[in-house]
Design a protein. Structure first.
Lengths: 108, 114
């Protein structure tokens, strides 16, 4: 069973920041928080991951709370091509347990 | 650098048949994991191989099996196919299969059982 909970769906205006929340209140000390997205039943695309500290890469930023019980993925300037299902996962090995994810719709 | 390659991309089989799907990981990656995605159940973990050994297994019947070769390429096999096995089968590879190494997915094999 997935160890994360996410909102079922969210909308975002094109050009604005998209903030996707994730709760992982039972996360263990050695589990990393990972984010993937999936577009049109293609293979999930890796976005970003982190353990304790906030992380940023060319795609997104990941903010993890100090108690590590929740995190937020930030897409700073959402485009129409960011419309996808976003999955938040806690992972220690490669048996990743996916939940239903958040369906993000970016609107013009 | 080539990504994760899955073959074939599409497959149609008849109930009762068996099927073998192939996954070539990113060069240098030693962990390969498999997932089944259906509209009703979402993405579900099947099993993970590391250095030719199955390290983790999900909650699937014994009809689902896999193996990994010395070059890290992996195959999964489904025997006695059922209609409910129709799904997108995805594999992911990572360097070591541990939490701090990114796992990258292939484009999947879409299996239709008729």
């Amino acid at each position: 069973d997935a160890k994360t909970t996410q909102p079922t769906s969210m909308d975002c205006a094109e050009g604005r920041a998209a903030n996707l929340p994730c709760n992982h209140s039972t996360i263990s000390g050695n589990e990393y928080v990972y984010w993937y997205r999936q577009i049109h039943s293609q293979g999930p695309q890796y976005i970003i991951h982190g353990l304790k500290n906030n992380e940023t890469n060319e795609m997104a930023s990941l903010i993890i709370t100090e108690d590590r019980k929740s995190s937020t993925l930030i897409l700073p300037h959402a485009t129409l091509r960011d419309t996808a299902v976003y999955y938040c996962i806690v992972r220690v090995e490669d048996d990743m347990r996916f939940g239903a994810g958040t369906r993000l719709t970016v609107k013009p | 650098k080539a990504g994760v390659t899955q073959t074939p991309r599409y497959l149609i089989k008849t109930r009762g048949q068996q099927v073998t799907l192939s996954c070539s990981p990113i060069s240098g990656h030693r962990s390969v994991s498999w997932y089944q995605q259906t509209p009703g159940q979402g993405l579900q973990f099947l099993f993970e191989y590391f250095s030719e050994t199955q390290r983790n297994k999900g909650n699937f019947p014994g009809r689902f099996s896999g193996r990994q070769f010395s070059n890290s390429r992996s195959e999964m096999n489904v025997s006695t196919l059922e209609l409910g096995d129709s799904a997108l089968y995805l594999c992911a590879s990572s360097l070591t299969g541990t939490g701090n190494t990114e796992a990258f997915f292939g484009q999947g094999t879409r299996l239709t059982v008729v």
